[in-house]
Design a protein around this ligand. Structure first.
Ligand code: ATP
Ligand code: MG
Length: 357
């Protein structure tokens, strides 16, 4: 699939603008603050519901305005789909989505239809960052390819909230949380298995992409670090029950998939210890490209790739490798201050959108 046309109204620094893109490489250039990343952000909201910068909807509305609106015409094979996203912050906060002019009420029916993969400077958090960011990332990717997982994660969060509300109120009898323990164990067992499988599936793709970007044969690995372990729901329930006194003391649920993480090793050592900035950047690109591989394989569609500002930390070889990796396969929107650093062959058949003019 590829994004042919994007219209943004009252989005960030844009009042009412339309941009057209070619189906291969598009370089968005301009001085700092001209609105390059804002264009990619609008595409990410249209595709993923959330901003890749993790900004609130309110922050994305143009200053002094009360709503934003995004419209994208996406071509797929021989047909076109129109995706729309709007957020209003007037009387009541409202976020709406439409596909081909029909309102989509449930996020689950919207998410994963227009697929994008975004690469941005904060991706190194997925290699060495906080467990919460890592969890949110794998949940968002698995949810894109597996609707059942999407549902189960939402249910898990609801159950966890209910259990935590009781714990926070300072319970006297543990039997008050018994029913929630059982529900939690059941969902946990499902989530852990799915996460384990996903990280297993992504490992070879990740290692392979890393080699292609860096021309290095160094070993890289991903290890899932679940908070509770066990083959069966009963095993997990057992651990949750054994931990109840601690939960009571801390007034929150201290064990479960909401505390999971994964670690990434480079040459057998945890990346947070030795990896250089450029290596971390290449590892995060390799991970995002593995996401692209998995999503495309499962949904049988080509993703649109959004690459924000990550070129500056790559040497010439890695830059060239990255460009070559997706050429003739995907539509890519890059933001770069200028195209002067890029070689003629890297720029062949691409469109340049200069925001300075
Ligand atoms: N809600 C908003 N309303 C109005 N303007 C905004 C809003 N949010 C951001 N901006 C403006 O958007 C501009 C930043 O846009 P963006 O982050 O896309 O820049 P950029 O071209 O990617 O810059 P850089 O090269 O530094 O990454 C700034 O001028 C900022 O003031
Ligand atoms: Mg930017």
């Amino acid at each position: 699939m590829h994004l042919k046309k994007l219209t943004v109204k009252n989005f960030r620094n844009y009042y009412n603008n339309t941009f057209e893109f070619c189906n291969s490489y598009n370089f968005i250039t301009g001085a700092n603050g001209t609105g390059k990343s804002n264009i990619l952000e609008a595409v990410s909201v249209l595709s993923n519901i959330k901003s890749f910068r993790n900004a609130s909807d309110r922050a994305m509305i143009k200053q002094y305005e009360s709503y934003y609106y995004i419209n994208g015409v996406v071509a797929e094979d021989t047909f076109e789909n129109v995706f729309e996203a709007a957020f209003q912050n007037k009387d009541k906060i409202k976020k709406k989505y439409k596909i081909n002019n029909s309102k989509v009420d449930r996020l689950i029916d919207y998410y994963g239809k227009f697929i994008t993969v975004n690469l941005s400077p904060t991706d190194t958090d997925l290699i060495i960052g906080e467990p919460e960011k890592k969890r949110r990332y794998i949940d968002s990717v698995i949810s894109k390819i597996d609707k059942e997982y999407f549902k189960k994660i939402c249910e898990y969060k609801r159950i966890l909230n209910n259990r935590n509300t009781i714990l926070k109120s300072g319970i006297v009898h543990l039997k008050n949380i018994q029913v929630w323990n059982e529900l939690l164990a059941e969902k946990s067992s499902y989530i852990i298995k799915k996460r384990e499988k996903f990280l297993n599936d992504i490992l070879d793709l990740f290692a392979n992409n890393y080699q292609k970007i860096s021309n290095e044969n160094d070993s890289v690995s991903i290890k899932y670090r679940p908070s509770v372990t066990g083959e069966t729901t009963a095993d997990i329930l057992n651990q949750i029950e054994n931990n109840q006194q601690r939960d009571k003391r801390y007034k929150t649920t201290t064990l479960g998939p909401h505390r999971d993480s994964y670690s990434i090793k480079y040459r057998g050592v945890d990346c947070s210890l030795y990896a250089s900035n450029g290596q971390l950047r290449s590892l995060s690109i390799a991970l995002k490209l593995a996401e692209k591989n998995i999503v495309e394989e499962n949904l049988n569609k080509k993703a649109v790739i959004l690459i924000d500002d990550i070129f500056s930390e790559l040497d010439r070889l890695r830059r060239h490798n990255l460009i070559r990796l997706m050429k003739n396969q995907n539509q890519v929107l890059f933001t770069v201050p200028t195209v002067e650093d890029l070689s003629i062959s890297d720029l062949a058949d691409s469109t340049i959108l200069n925001l300075d003019k």
